[in-house]
Design a protein. Structure first.
Length: 259
């Protein structure tokens, strides 16, 4: 069997006066080398997209991090310039794909902005500038460091016993590379909190009623997916789920061809 394919919704970026649909290399590399799957970039459009047409052709959905934030209007809040930058085309592409992937039992891994999109897609809300809230640490990236320093594994996260992620990483404390200025505020009704930072910030969730792998993490397992054991295990589990989904599609496709 050929390698299964995951879809990664793209960001809108501007370079040299042109508009690009882009995904950071680290997500594509982790999909290929840690999950063992191929990745297709899904262009971002504000209207006219058919989510099922995309999902008919892939075996998993990987929702990446980004410098942009989910638009507050999508969770009932008023947008300010401070909440940006925004990417309305990414919102309009990712959120319907997330909902339909869950409905169709297509494996889903959502990272950083992705976990926030997952929460909003299922009816939750987000908090901005969380470092300004009493008792909440500064989860933003440190100043004056290179990319390895930016994504350094420096934070402790507690994985809840009996959770979906505990089945992959084990329960208890793990060390991760979480860097963000927004986080889940009101958890969507269909989401279970799987892991939290020491200050109580939600760092991982799973979809309660999902019929397939459906997990979101606030940290960045993709960056060290080939060298860090915790990061690798999460991507490997996602890859296993994607392969299982792809394998289950083969008999159905063969039966349809015969009919």
């Amino acid at each position: 069997m050929t390698k299964p394919i995951v879809a990664i919704p793209a960001d809108i970026r501007s370079f040299d006066g042109a508009t690009w649909h882009a995904v950071q290399h680290q997500y594509l590399s982790a999909a290929l080398n840690a999950a063992g799957v191929m990745a297709f970039l899904i262009p971002a459009f504000e209207a006219g997209y058919d989510s099922d047409a995309v999902l008919d052709r892939i075996d998993g959905l990987l929702v990446s991090g980004s410098a942009s934030n989910v638009h507050p209007s999508l969770y009932g809040a008023e947008a300010t310039d401070r909440d940006g930058p925004f990417d309305r085309a990414r919102d309009a592409t990712s959120l319907p794909l997330i909902r339909r992937a869950i409905d169709r039992a297509i494996p889903l891994l959502a990272i950083c902005r992705g976990i926030q999109e997952l929460n909003v897609a299922l009816g939750g809300s987000l908090a901005s500038e969380i470092h300004e809230q009493p008792g909440i640490w500064d989860h933003r990236r440190p100043d004056g460091v290179d990319r390895d320093g930016m994504y350094a594994i420096r934070q402790t996260v507690h994985v809840k016993e009996g959770s979906c992620i505990a089945g992959i990483l084990g329960p208890g404390d793990i060390r991760v590379n979480s860097l963000h200025r927004q986080a889940i505020a009101r958890t969507a009704p269909r989401l279970q909190v799987e892991a939290t930072a020491e200050d109580g910030t939600v760092e991982a969730v799973s979809v309660i009623d999902a019929k397939a792998f459906a997990v979101g993490v606030q940290w960045h397992p993709e960056y060290w997916a080939e060298t860090d054991k915790t990061s690798n295990r999460l991507f490997a589990a996602f890859g296993d789920a994607v392969r299982s989904y792809a394998a289950a599609k083969l008999p159905a496709a063969a039966a349809q061809a015969i009919a």
